[in-house]
Design a protein around this ligand. Structure first.
Ligand SMILES: [Zn+2]
Ligand SMILES: [Zn+2]
Length: 165
């Protein structure tokens, strides 16, 4: 894992750097305990990210095969008549590794997402960013809580375990 935070933006060399970035970001002051890595069933892991930011909605699009996935419960509120923004890196790139960060409340067995944060690492230049974060009340037992890409079951990283090396 290599993070370069010397410039205006943090840059990472691999997906796990996105965990460190989201961990440092702490949206709304809540620590991120888990990050879901976006992976496609076609085998690829690079995505475009589409947003309806006013409504805190997001969709990923696999660059290799075009598969579309609504993030979390975005599909319920997505309005095809509304404008869609594409996430772009400061370098102009629009292809990213994507991670859905989750701040979780509750005990094992009955856990809920308190806050969710969508992070991305530009595959062209490595710049790390987060385009959107939002208050959530989805149960972790709800498939929507970890939905960010077509792969099921999703690949879920435990942030403390991944960064403790
Ligand atoms: Zn794909
Ligand atoms: Zn870039």
């Amino acid at each position: 894992m290599t993070i370069d935070d010397s410039g205006e933006w943090w840059r990472g060399t691999e997906f796990v750097d996105l965990l460190e970035y989201l961990d440092a970001l702490e949206p709304e002051g809540y620590p991120i305990q888990k990050v879901v890595e976006a992976r496609c069933t076609c085998g690829d892991g690079v995505f475009h990210v589409h947003l309806q930011p006013d409504d805190e909605l997001a969709q990923t699009e696999c660059v290799a095969c075009g598969a579309l996935t609504f993030v979390a419960d975005s599909e319920q509120h997505w309005d095809v008549a509304d404008d869609i923004e594409d996430v772009a890196c400061p370098c102009g790139g629009t292809t990213f590794e994507v991670g859905l960060g989750l701040a979780i409340r509750g005990d094992a067995g009955e856990e809920w997402v308190r806050w969710a944060s969508l992070g991305h690492r530009c595959v062209s230049c490595g710049v790390l960013g987060s385009a959107l974060n939002w208050k959530s009340d989805l149960s972790l037992s709800d498939d929507a809580s970890t939905r960010v890409s077509p792969q099921t079951p999703p690949k879920v990283w435990d942030v403390a375990a991944a960064l403790d090396d």
